[in-house]
Structures are given as C-alpha cells and as structure tokens.
Design a binder for this molecule. Structure first.
Ligand SMILES: C[S@@+](CC[C@H](N)C(=O)[O-])C[C@H]1O[C@@H](n2cnc3c(N)ncnc32)[C@H](O)[C@@H]1O
Length: 324
C-alpha cells in the first residue's frame, strides 16, 4: 500500500506512451527509446520492473510487447487511464503534489503550491498544455456523468440555463440536446471559453449556446433562470464556495434556480468521496461536502436547498432557490 515504485514506473511508461508504441506487437528497447525520446538504459530498467509487475511482456531479452494490462494504458483504451496518469498533463502533475501532503497536514499552504510555487489555477493560466489537458480530462469525466444529470432534473421548465465554470460545455450540450427549446450560456475563464467555442461549433451547438468569459467571483453578466455549478464548489474552501453561490444566486434572482452537481457523501461512495476530498485539498485547497455541508454554504449564500436527486454514481443534483 505504501509502495511508490510501482505508481511512478507505471506513470513514467504512461507519460512516454509505451503502451501505444508496443500495441502492434513486441518492439526492441533501442527502438522504443528512440520513438519516445528516452534514454534506453533507465527506460529498460523501468520496463523490466513493470514486466515483473504484470504490465507488458518481454518475449525475448530487450524486446517488450503488450499484454492485457498494457492495453488498458493505450491512449484509445475506453476509460482513458493514460491521460489521467500522464505526468505532463494537469492531473498527473497535480498528483505529484502529494509529496507535500505532510507539509499541508502540518499546517503549511496547499500542497500544490509548495510543490510547484504556483497555485493549480495559476499553472493552468500559464501553460496552454496543462490547461488543454485539464479541460480534456474534465470533458471526459463529464461525458460519463452527463446522461444521469440530464435525466435527474426537469431542465425543460427553464428558458435559459447558464453553466458556470462549465469547461468545454459538455454538460450544457447534453442538457440542450435533450431540450431543443432551451438556450444555453457557458461561463468560464477566457482560455476554456475560447476552447469551448470551437468544441460547440464542431457539435453544431454554437447557435444555441452563448459563451461568456467571466470570473464567477465577479457579478455574472448573464440572464438565465437556471445556473449550474458542476464539479465547481469542490475546488474551493467554504468562503469562496459561498461567494460563487452568491454570484449565481444574485444572477438567478428571486425565481431562478442554482443547481449544484457534485459527488456527495453517501455510504456507497465513501472510498471515492474521501479520495476526492484529499485530491481537492492537495491540488486546490478545496473540499468535498456532504449534503449537510452543502446546505450550510447554500444558506450562507442566502439559498435554500429545495430538491435533491441522487444518481447511482454518488453525484447529486442539488436544487437551490432563493431563501431567507
Ligand atoms: C473541475 S472543472 C469543472 C468543469 C465543468 N463544470 C465540468 O464538470 O466538466 C472547474 C472549472 O472551473 C473553472 N474556473 C476556475 N476558476 C474560475 C473562475 N474564477 N471563474 C470562472 N470559472 C472558473 C475552470 O476553468 C474549470 O473549467
């Protein structure tokens, strides 16, 4: 359980794309090293270790081939594991901040900042590579949960839905596809919004979804009767989460709704939930919340929880309306 050798060896191979390089059959070490611009000696030692761990095969000395486990690390594998493990990508890099967990627990700043000298969001702002990879990972995650979120709430009763911190607009796109009469507004920071605009054009949604570059800490320049926050509040501590909710509540007005979509504590998801809680703490200083904690921050933003739909995967669609 405490071994670090295996995760680092697996992530090194994932980052270099070794599973893709051997997907067609065994390849000699020297050729592999050339293809992924690595040094053959350390690469060979990593791969030999992984062979003994059951990832890859070595049918003859110095020649490495695929097996069932390595196929799961190919770029085209169904769950996209490689992108999450890629040390050059946003989440693979953020995972490296766990080396500073001990310092955060001892009361220092958020581990990511100790590890890299900048916050996670500052890093994304400075690196198109990191921010592209983050948006792509979020889009993949959201594609998996979107059908459940669309089915769990009556979106048809709104005229316009704003997805705040909506990333590439995957969830908003699904909601609009299911409700052809709805209009959408996607709100995010400048870089994600620019990327989202291209994505929406490709999917023929650009006529129905307006994109707005704005920070959710500022007044939202958006007219809509529903404001969605999907996997947004978990990125922030309570004070910031309340500010974000307040911005949405102000924009939604007395009759609008704020829909919080988050993995929420429940007996069936506690392992994932507590893991996500640590990830949020280490990457961005955020936190996961149970329903009670969400009610509390909603109340602090003058919102009342008026409905909760729980999905099989532990996500909840938490409907909030103007409260007292
Ligand atoms: C965890 S991602 C979730 C993205 C999307 N809602 C989803 O579920 O796929 C958090 C999003 O918040 C956005 N974000 C971060 N800080 C923001 C800010 N100050 N204002 C608006 N969006 C912000 C990020 O760009 C990112 O798209």
């Amino acid at each position: 359980m405490a071994d670090l050798v295996t995760p680092f060896a697996v992530r090194t191979a994932a980052t270099l794309g070794i599973a893709d390089l051997v997907s067609g059959g065994p390849v000699a070490l020297a050729e592999l090293a050339r293809s992924c611009r690595a040094d053959a000696d350390p690469l060979g030692r990593v791969l030999r270790f992984l062979v003994h761990k059951g990832v890859f095969e070595e049918p003859e000395p110095g020649v490495f081939g695929p097996n069932e486990t390595s196929r799961a690390m190919q770029s085209d594998a169904p769950h996209g594991a490689r992108a999450w493990l890629d040390l050059d990508g946003a989440i693979g890099r953020a995972d490296m901040a766990f080396v500073e967990l001990i310092e955060q627990v001892r009361g220092r700043q958020v581990a990511y900042r100790t590890a890299f000298g900048r916050t996670f969001w500052e890093d994304l702002e400075h690196s198109p590579r990191l921010s592209d990879s983050f948006d792509a990972l979020m889009a993949a995650k959201t594609r998996a949960i979107a059908p459940g979120v669309v089915a769990a709430h009556d979106w048809g009763r709104y005229r316009a839905v704003a997805d705040v911190g909506g990333g590439e607009g995957v969830l908003l796109g699904e909601i609009l596809r299911a409700h052809p009469e709805l209009r959408g507004i996607l709100v995010d920071l400048t870089a994600p919004v620019l990327r989202a605009a291209g994505h929406l054009r490709e999917h023929g949604l650009d006529e129905r979804i307006e994109t707005v570059a704005a920070s959710f800490f500022d007044p939202l320049p958006v007219a809509a009767d529903a404001f969605v926050l999907c996997d947004v509040l978990g990125d922030w501590g309570d004070e910031d989460a309340v500010r974000i909710l307040r911005r949405c509540a102000d924009a939604a007005g007395p009759h609008g709704r704020v829909l919080v979509v988050e993995l929420t504590a429940g007996p069936d998801v506690m392992q994932l939930y507590t893991e996500m809680d640590l990830r949020m703490m280490v990457y961005v200083g955020g936190r996961m919340r149970d329903l009670e904690a969400t009610r509390r921050i909603a109340a602090a933003a003058k919102l009342a929880v008026v409905g909760v739909a729980r999905l099989d995967n532990g996500y909840c669609v938490i409907e909030c309306a103007a409260g007292t």
